[in-house]
Design a protein around this ligand. Structure first.
Ligand SMILES: Nc1nc2c(ncn2[C@@H]2O[C@H](COP(=O)(O)OP(=O)(O)OP(=O)(O)O)[C@@H](O)[C@H]2O)c(=O)[nH]1
Ligand SMILES: [Mg+2]
Length: 274
């Protein structure tokens, strides 16, 4: 990568897919598109059946963008659908409301090229003036700190900003995330479909032992429109996710131990006691 604002100028280097969930973001999309770096492999808009002109604006301003309609409801489901559709080596997840800065994507990609599996955006990384937020409220900041500390204590991580939606990772990490874009039971919600998605991803990446690098990021206020996030109910979903993921990790360990015992039992002749 030769410059800060473009990827693989000679067609070399990793192919970067950008996944952008949209729910009524027609007025914000033009700002986001303007700041996308050059040389991207693909831009994927995952729409939640917006009532405004989101799709028309996307098609007009970025005819090469791929448009995917999500299968259920919620930002988490939108991201799962976008990830499933992505064909790049690297997937960047950003918001469509103007709060995440697409110009920062190359710094995240650089972290991956330097050896990370998962580049996690952080508004609160100490020791840098590139991290910050002019959007987050005091209450959400405190809640985020408490939830980050909880995850760090339970999973041995060092996240400084758990609930932030700007992350970039190698697409080979997707199996570890275990997300389900398809809907076997119609539009029935699936755990991870909502705003808990960022927590779920961060925990599953950590449990899998992948290499995580935090990248400083500055969050701006949404440009137009209203937030879809509800501080208390979505905060409590994040807390339930933290607990549920620990049970999931334990089940995986128990399953592996059981499978190992079963294999060992089959290999030993009956009556042999070690
Ligand atoms: N497709 C889809 N996109 C969604 C959905 N909910 C939110 N989004 C998008 O996800 C991104 C983040 O949503 P916001 O409502 O801004 O929530 P937030 O950024 O976590 O919270 P704020 O800081 O309050 O803005 C935006 O691009 C939204 O358009 C959804 O149900 N479906
Ligand atoms: Mg937002």
């Amino acid at each position: 990568m030769k410059s800060d604002s473009s990827f693989a100028p000679n067609g070399t280097g990793p192919r970067v897919s950008v996944v952008i969930p949209t729910l009524n973001e027609a007025r914000n999309l033009p700002h986001v598109f303007t700041d996308l770096p050059a040389g991207l492999h693909e831009v994927i808009i995952v729409d939640g059946y917006s009532q405004d002109d989101t799709l028309a604006v996307a098609r007009r301003l970025r005819p090469d963008a791929r448009i995917v309609m999500q299968t259920r409801r919620g930002k988490g489901n939108a991201l799962a659908c976008g990830f499933a559709a992505a064909t790049g080596d690297i997937i960047a997840m950003i918001d469509a409301d103007g709060s995440t800065d697409p110009k920062e994507i190359p710094a995240f990609v650089r972290a991956l090229l330097d050896g990370a599996d998962f580049a996690k955006g952080s508004r609160f990384l100490p020791g840098t003036d590139k991290a910050g937020s002019s959007d987050i409220t005091r209450l959400r900041r405190l809640g985020n700190l408490a939830l980050s500390s909880c995850v760090n204590a339970m999973y041995g991580t060092r996240y400084s900003d758990l609930c932030y939606g700007f992350n970039v990772f190698w697409s080979r990490c997707l199996p570890v995330l275990g997300l389900h874009a398809e809907s076997p039971s119609g539009a029935e919600p699936v755990w991870g479909d909502g705003f808990e998605i960022e927590t779920l991803i961060s925990i599953r990446i950590a449990v899998a032992g992948l290499r995580i690098t935090e990248v400083p990021s500055f969050e701006h206020p949404r440009i137009y429109g209203d937030s879809n996030l509800r501080t208390f109910s979505d905060g409590s979903r994040v807390l339930r996710t933290i607990m549920a993921e620990q049970r999931r990790a334990r089940r995986a360990v128990d399953g592996a131990v059981h499978a190992g015992e079963e294999r060992a039992r089959r290999q030993l002749p009956t009556g042999v006691i070690e």
